[in-house]
Design a protein around this ligand. Sequence first.
Ligand code: HEM
Length: 464
Amino acid sequence: MTTKPIPSPPAYPLLGHAGTGVVDPTNSQGSFRLLREKYGEIYALNFFGRTIVLVSSQRLVNELCDEKRFHKKVEGSVLEVVRNGAGDGLFTAYDGEENWGIAHRVLMPAFGPSQIIGMFPAMLDINSQLLLKWERFGPDEAFDPTEDFTRLAFDTIALCAMSYRFNSFYHQDMPPFIGAMVRFLIESGMKMQRPKILQSWMTNTNQQYEADIKLMTDVCDQIVSYRKAHPTEGKKDLLSLMLEGKDPRTGRGLTDTNIRNQLITFLIAGHETTSGLLSFTLYHLLSNPSAYATLQREIDTVLGKEAITVHHLPKLEYTNAVLRESIRLNPPAGAIGVAPVADSEIIGGEYELRKSWNCVIHIDTLHRDPAVWGEDAEEFRPERMLGEKFDKLPPNSWKPFGNGARACIGRPLAWQESLMMLATLFQRFDIRFDDPSYHLKIKQTLTTKPLGFRIHAIPRQGAR
Ligand code: HEM
């Protein structure tokens, strides 16, 4: 079959697109949106001989999501560098790596529907700490909500999955793990773009990188020691499954090194993204007064002044649609990497993809594909995510949680936590921009969050 060349910006010999400025390492999402506008649904980049193909239309992504033809590819992507800290943890495990299968089968039961409902009281515990703090701030205090959403998501994953308290709301500074993690993720991304020889000369940077990995490792070892000193008497949380669970297929448990890698993975993956989702959602609601009013009306009708329970959550249909629409426009994990299982695959009947290439499902621009979302793809319109409209979206057009067997294991946990947070926040507060002329700026590590976003939380009259 004759195939078409994949469009690509002008490049240097040998270096490829390195140094051409087509991708800004501090804002690759912004660069990829511009490249999508210029080159269309598929384009290729090359860095020092490594080919990366970015795909962003539903018609082509739908093929890349076929797990018989394509699989997750860690090799040659930033995730391979993140393995320096997270090793063979679920997120960074190679496709087919034995420890992925063992951990996946052992840990999946911790995320079943009744386990997630069972986490409700622990989630509410941390949620109440945020609400109390914002109440104490009062209406005049201007603050960055992302910092507290980060505390919330970090403390929630630790308490729900590991029965461990970081007590982040009781400290002025963020937990040291978070600082180390942010530096580690940024530096992992930078390493991808530097020639190896240059990297080896950067002694201070390399020492800081190693120190950050050690700090994260030490925190995880401390969590395991704490558990061994304070057994949870038959409670089956994620950590107890890691320590005691046996794989039903092989009869094997997780090794000590793998447990450490999983803890680092869950602490990172379990909070970065949820905190981004909540922050972007707040931004979109403040920028769209009619969606804000509809959401608050729903919360007033469903919750009124009652204390939230797990039974309120399924009734919050519009709030649910708000989260879906927010994560469409700003997916905190904006890209996933795959490659053909066979030597090559032809997609769309016209483009050949090779096994050695890194193919990227670019979720951020997929979620703006005009063929699916129409002319108003850039607008925040939760109505398009309600009920049947959501169910009838074309396959693989909304992919914020990844694909297939390697999709997000923590999705139900993140969703319950986020629904609860939005519902209780708007039950208690009116939220306003500190600077009404603020326009969204992005802070990027492996995931994205709003930058410089500040709000006021005004306690509502007569709220509970
Ligand atoms: C995988 C997004 C919350 C743990 C993924 C992937 C995406 C994603 C896109 C696939 C990555 C890939 O294919 O390379 C999100 C978003 C979240 C969220 C948007 C919140 C809004 C969470 C939470 C946890 C978690 C709360 C932990 C409880 C993981 C793990 C994987 C993963 C362990 C790897 C799964 C595997 O390969 O077996 N997530 N995530 N995530 N996520 Fe999440």
